[in-house]
Design a protein around this ligand. Structure first.
Ligand SMILES: [Zn+2]
Length: 132
């Protein structure tokens, strides 16, 4: 079975395994504990130390560029007061990463395999070099 880039995008936005499409990125009953491998298809989700950096960068980028910088721009334009700006930035800094944690893992795997779809185990099967 060949996984297309469209399926990789759909699975990524739905926070599903990019290989099999199941909801297996996180351990059952846990909000933040990532499975080292997909229990259904065996795809390695945590590829060793430093794997968290991809989701971390996505999480940080969305929080900083999507919330904190626009709030600071509103303050600079005089649309928000200092207390409101500080409160919104503080709340975004605390809640943004928590709310985006699971999505950022799905998005990271989506980006990785969108650009390297041949690295998915489902796409490795049937490659010409496998027949040798
Ligand atoms: Zn899977």
């Amino acid at each position: 079975m060949k996984v297309t880039r469209a399926q990789i995008l759909a699975n990524g936005f739905a926070c599903r395994c990019p290989n099999c499409g199941q909801r297996t990125l996180f351990r059952t009953g846990s909000l933040f504990s990532v499975n080292p491998t997909c229990p259904t298809c065996g795809l390695r989700i945590e590829k060793g130390e430093g794997t968290f950096l991809g989701p971390f960068v996505i999480n940080y980028g969305v929080t900083a560029f999507g919330v904190i910088i626009p709030v600071i721009v509103l303050y600079a334009l005089g649309k928000l007061g200092a207390a409101a700006t500080l409160s919104l930035c503080f709340a975004a800094a605390l809640l943004g990463p928590l709310l985006l944690y699971r999505l950022s893992w799905g998005w990271w795997l989506m980006l990785y395999y969108f650009f390297l779809p041949d690295n998915l185990p489902a796409n490795l099967e049937g490659r010409p070099e496998d027949d040798e």
